[in-house]
Ligand binder design. Structure first.
Ligand SMILES: [Zn+2]
Ligand SMILES: [Zn+2]
Length: 265
């Protein structure tokens, strides 16, 4: 009886459980961070200053995480410090192309070289006081090199600080995000949300929520496993024309970038 109720009425069962289960700590923490954003220093559409301006009012903390590059992040931090009225705290980040897939390095000051194993990359991030986050571990496009294990299969063995369970970058992201959240039941890693924005329109589309308003409060919450991740908006039909236009532009930039000796995907 119980089994058939679950199978036939999963939504009703979920609603019932929500009523029955205690509602402890329901309030969402106030701090908003987008921890995965690209600028023109990799395959993003805008300069760091434009991204910081666009982020004002949408987030409190912004990590610029260009592919294998931190100069855009450094530029963004300088701009944000010179324009404190915008209320944006910039974290220096990098999306490192490791042999096993993409790893987000946060709170770094030196560029981490691409092309190393995930294990070595994470060690280098930690050596300079940064935090390492597994980026979109179940993205349908494989980001690991041929002959190397994908990041998702290594996660239990790596010294990661968090996993990106919300990467609201496309129509199908809900599917692989849901899978990451589900698998995190095994990994029990702190969670992050990032828009993976390649255009300012997307900035803040996915958020890491934390207690406080600045980068140091966020870092504290991440280390304590107290962050939450969520998508700020859904892929409704009205967003499609703009989304596809930007995806097209992004693809053109991607092709151009691939002509240069830089790791992107
Ligand atoms: Zn990526
Ligand atoms: Zn990315």
């Amino acid at each position: 009886m119980g089994e058939s109720l679950g199978a036939e009425h999963p939504l009703r069962l979920a609603t019932a459980l929500r009523v029955v289960l205690p509602r402890r700590d329901r309030a969402v923490p106030a701090g908003r961070a987008d921890l995965h954003v690209h600028s023109i220093w990799s395959d993003g559409a805008q300069a760091p200053a434009a991204i910081v301006r666009a982020a004002a009012g949408r987030v409190d903390v912004l990590a610029i995480t260009d592919h294998d590059e931190i100069r855009g992040a450094l530029e963004a931090r300088e701009f944000a410090r010179a324009h404190s009225e915008l209320g944006i705290d910039v974290v220096i980040g990098e999306e490192v192309s490791t042999l096993n897939g993409h790893v987000l390095a946060l709170w770094i000051e030196e560029r981490v070289p691409p092309g190393l194993s995930a294990e070595r990359t994470i060690a280098l991030i930690h050596d300079q006081g940064g935090l390492a986050v597994a980026a979109h571990p179940f993205h349908p496009i494989p980001h690991h090199r041929v002959g190397y294990r994908p990041l998702a299969t290594l996660i239990p063995h790596l010294a990661l600080d968090a996993v990106e369970v919300v990467n609201n970058s496309g129509i199908f992201s809900r599917i692989y995000d849901a899978w990451a959240a589900l698998r995190n039941v095994e990994w029990m890693l702190p969670v992050t949300g990032g828009s993976d924005a390649h255009d300012v329109w997307y900035v803040g589309g996915a958020l890491t929520r934390f207690h406080g308003r600045d980068a140091s409060a966020l870092r504290r919450d991440l280390l304590a496993g107290r962050t939450r991740a969520h998508a700020r908006w859904s892929w409704t039909f009205d967003k499609m024309p703009r989304h596809f236009r930007m995806q097209w532009r992004s693809a053109v930039r991607f092709v151009r970038l691939n002509r240069r000796p830089i790791e992107v995907s």
